[in-house]
Design a protein around this ligand. Structure first.
Ligand code: SF4
Ligand code: SF4
Length: 65
């Protein structure tokens, strides 16, 4: 999983939802530790602004926000 830094509003929902505690805040936005992430999809589903995706951050690059 990857976090789009531009989209993340730092709501914190994903941090508590991750079963392996792979998510923390770095520079004010969510950061996913790839070494810990088991690609369960929980954070992707819970993020209110769809900032987390399993794909490369194509949308993140395209969109201003
Ligand atoms: S996909 Fe699952 S394991 Fe990976 S960061 Fe998200 S909640 Fe955590
Ligand atoms: S749930 Fe989405 S908006 Fe909230 S902290 Fe995580 S990545 Fe950012």
């Amino acid at each position: 999983m990857k976090v789009c830094k531009k989209k993340c509003i730092a709501c914190g929902s994903c941090v508590g939802a991750c079963p392996v505690e792979a998510i923390s805040f770095v520079d004010g936005v969510a950061y996913i530790d790839k070494e810990k992430c088991i690609e369960c999809g929980t954070c992707e589903a819970i993020c209110p602004v769809e900032a987390i995706t399993s794909k490369e951050n194509e949308n993140c690059q395209r969109e201003e926000n």
